[in-house]
Design a protein around this ligand. Structure first.
Ligand code: RP5
Length: 342
């Protein structure tokens, strides 16, 4: 009996130490991962990496949106938007004759894993607007959006179409865009300069399968996913086709990518002028810039188009470039950052 007291005290101290150490580890993890949603493991959590800068960038969406007012809705032949003139885009400008049609694709209405319930037909409800709702972020980078007659309103303004179109979420649909760049070089390794005397920046561009337009290889953030994981996963899936290689090769590719991807700088966080946007559903993204100064890191990546891409290539960047959604403005910001030709 006399030996029991020190023994139970020892066990008690050990338990307390374990609890204290666990709490410490949790605090360190949350601190290192910033204020993004963390802690959900959907199979990609282990790919998490730290990036050079986690604070929001200064660049904001300049509006009014243009591609979000395209006449015919993407992937349809006959879904036409109500025409919205430039000056009538902001909700605060009266537009009494505004009567846009409603449209949501059958795929989205069938309730795939990435979609919200069809709250318009009374199937489920959403109460956490402008908040983190379980594993889904309904928070907009553009600030607090309005909710009118139960539906969130596009923070930039009218698009000429109501409901969700082909987007799964009501309100913001979050994405992440990896801008991977290098300097253009001649065969004998000299950096090529543009007419303005500055070095020409090239970026990894994918040709989207849905409309054939060239784009940054970005993608939507899965429910509960950390945005930095999305960047790495999407680049792997779309430009390196990591789905098609063996587990061992994939591991090696991910390890070398992780090294390179730790140097990312956030160049944009906000609304995307995406042709799929509607009055009640829109794309937002976080774009990270990864520049390979001496061309030795990304050069080893074997570019190979994945499922969602028809082709992948290193594309020269300049002011004449024509890209999907508002991707050109993200590239311009990246070019500015490293004083590249534009
Ligand atoms: C754009 O759509 C984003 O900037 C991102 O590149 C892309 C994400 O959508 P999916 O490619 O997943 O369709 O708005």
């Amino acid at each position: 009996m006399t030996n029991c007291l020190p023994c139970s005290q020892g066990v008690l101290w050990l338990s307390v130490s374990i609890v204290v150490l666990s709490v410490f580890a949790l605090v360190v993890d949350v601190y290192l991962n910033g204020n993004h949603m963390t802690g959900f493991s959907n199979g990609v959590r282990r790919l998490s990496f730290k990036i050079g800068q986690t604070k929001p960038s200064k660049m904001k969406f300049g509006g009014p949106h243009c591609k979000a007012r395209c006449e015919v809705y993407p992937r349809t032949k006959d879904v036409k938007r109500f025409k919205v003139p430039d000056d009538k885009v902001p909700w605060k400008v009266p537009f009494p004759e505004y009567s846009p049609p409603s449209f949501t694709t059958e795929t989205v209405l069938s309730g795939p894993y990435y979609a919200d319930p069809d709250i318009c037909s009374g199937k489920g409800e959403i109460t956490k607007w402008n908040e983190i709702d379980g594993r889904v972020s309904r928070v907009s980078f553009e600030g607090k959006y309005e909710v009118v007659e139960g539906l969130p309103l596009n923070p930039v303004g009218r698009t000429g179409l109501k409901h969700r179109g082909c987007l799964g979420r009501w309100g913001p649909n979050h994405a992440a865009d990896p801008i991977v760049t290098r300097w253009k070089r001649t065969d004998d390794d000299q950096i090529v300069k543009g007419e303005d005397g500055k070095p020409i920046m090239q970026f990894v561009s994918v040709q989207r399968r849905d409309n054939g337009e060239w784009a940054i290889p970005g993608g939507k953030v899965d429910a509960g996913e950390v945005v930095t994981d999305t960047v790495l996963r999407e680049f792997g899936e779309e430009a390196l086709s990591t789905k098609e290689i063996s587990q061992e090769e994939k591991y090696k590719a991910v390890e070398s990518m992780k090294q390179f991807f730790t140097k990312g700088i956030e160049v944009y966080e906000g609304y995307v002028d995406d042709p799929r946007n509607t009055d009640n559903a829109w794309m937002e993204t976080t774009a990270y810039h990864f520049h390979d100064h001496d061309g030795t890191k990304v050069g080893q990546f074997n570019l190979h188009a994945g499922d969602d891409a028809m082709a992948v290539q290193w594309m020269d960047c300049n002011s004449a470039i024509n890209l999907y959604a508002s991707h050109k403005s993200f590239l311009q910001e990246a070019a500015k950052r490293i004083d590249a030709s534009w």
